[in-house]
Write a new protein. Sequence first.
Lengths: 360, 378
Amino acid sequence: MSIVNVSRPSKFDVARRTFIRNGFGSPLATLISLFVIAGLAYLGWAMLDWAILRAVWNEENVSRCGGHAGACWSVIDARHRLILFGTYPFDEHWRSTLAAIAIVVTVMVSCLPFIWRARRLAVLWVAGFATYYLLMEGSLLGLPQVTTDGWGGLSLTLFLFAAVVLLGMPMGLGLALMRRSEMPVVRWFATILIDTVRSLPLVTTLFTAAVVMPLFLPNWLEGDKIWRVIVAFAMFFAAYQAEVFRGGFQAISKGQFEAGRALGLNYWSILGRIVLPQVFRHALPSTINMIVVTFKETAIVTIIGFFDILASGKAAYGTAVWAPYYIEVLVFVAAIYWVFIFLLGQYGEYLKSRMALAAH
Amino acid sequence: MPTADELRTRAKQRSWTVQIIIILLTVITIWGAVSNAQFNLTRMNMTSGFSFLERGTGWDYSFSLVERSITDRYHYTLFIGLLNTLFVGFICIVTTTFFGFIIGTLRDARHPALSFAANVYVQIFRNIPLILQAVFLYAILIHLGGPRQAINLGDVAFLSGRGLMLPGLNIDPAVSIGLLLASIAIAIGLLIAKISLGRGLAIWFVSSIGTCLLATAILHPSGEPFFSVPSLQGLRFQGGISVPIELLALVASITLYGSAYIAEIVRGGLSQVPTGLVEAGQALGLSRISIWSRIKVPMALRSIVPPLGNQWIFMMKATTIGIAIGFSDLFYITVNSISQSGQTLELILILMLTFLAINYSIAIFTNWLNAHLQLKEH
């Protein structure tokens, strides 16, 4: 009797075999595979051909763009400053660059588990936001002052995003706590506010803040249009985020409150030391999703007259010379959005899978 | 040392104080806002009230389903805006749900190439802001040439910078509105009759098309063909249905974006169906399509419907980005009315109440649908 050496197939082997069986197991499956591969390859090749192989890259070569089959990236070469910085003074663009980097670094650092303590996150975001504001506004650092109506492009988009998240997060938590309060008036107040804001389109909320609010407010409270819009946008964020937190609260058993009570802790200690750390944990994937949505929705402000990256992109092809190359500009803007949103989304997926593993 | 009773009374008093303070603050804020508004309005010599609704507007806009003119009154113009919003929202809800189910099913497919292709679609269209997609499509459409350079789609439909020309039934526009209402009436009738979902949809689809064909047969102008096909005559197209590019770009972009979202919802629902049920279906010798339509979808619908309802509400709200490309939805009409008539508060109030009403109706409908689909406990 011989000993048969039966080795377990490796994970990779199994995956490869399933892949081949599902993709090429029957004539129909093979046909579908070939068809899809051919289609994707054709699309991929057409894009590569247009965007890189036949493209014209430099502003000086713009004359070669006419009647050309490839992309004319000359427009980006010539107008990228307008797209990225809007109407911000040309000589001060380095400030806008640093400010945008400050926001991006803040977001990236927030992704590290080391920073996931309420206090650390708060310090990080306030610091990142303050860095942005000091650099962009400038007067406090002794640089030439640039008021908010001079801000634009990608920097403005990032600013709106950071301001809304920074302001909206505590507001959302407050609304979520109010909604589960034992006092009926507090509960109704939060519920009505949350449901109303969630039923209205964001653009109507922002439009109301930008155009209608000044009628209701006394002069001293009116403030800048951009701040009114940020507060309204933060309300929108908070209303959705409150529901995310509510999901987190529901995942925690009531016994934990009672245990805290029995130990003689007061409401805020129970909340801060027992309940909230778990709520944040449960709510993390949905919170990332909400942040991604907020980044996308900032594009809406172009409707109420802000010079964000979409509006500055439109302005970039708004002159007679560059008007034919609108596709290149919009592809450039879309690519910027796509990279930010895709990376944030992938990070959210990664967290979700990590937490699913931890739950087992 | 206070006794337990004293502590309880104190807690109760505190709770009352907090609630009274909140009520007072709310009342003061509202009162302050109203008095400020009155002060600002008198300063600008504005009269408040809804009497302006009876005045004529004096301006035109891009799209309406029914006849319009610049002498229309405000309430009629706002009504047209509401119709446009509901029209686009309804079309988008149907198209996104349809394509979302197809793409979501592909995403869940075992076949690696199919799920990969569906994934590519979702990742591209979900990760670009909707308004950017709308602006992009609109920019491309508006740069297409005039009717003479139109893209010919099989000699029956033509796409040009002026719009998409489609073949249609040869009937009066007013009749088509009536047919739309009839179709909605049939749908409501079927909902009340409590027929199963799949059969109800089939009956609704067949009877709606049947009504349209019947109406055309009776009502189409005598001596003219049954169908009206667009054809190039001189510098413009005659006949058929003309879809303006604003409408086309808006519907196409919401469809592309919304389908990607619904595909993810559908995939999530389908992947939660226990494999045991699918294997049971295979053991019974059911075909793949039967397993999908009789086991997977009915099971998955229970977890799909609640987030799907949220997406429908999102779709209704998303129609407001039409203003970025000049489509005259309710928001566009309201903004124009505000800049023309100055009746800011009244118009914003109308806009908000309308959206609250629409979205609450959708929420009520999805709740009903959800309750209808849940497993009946015996």
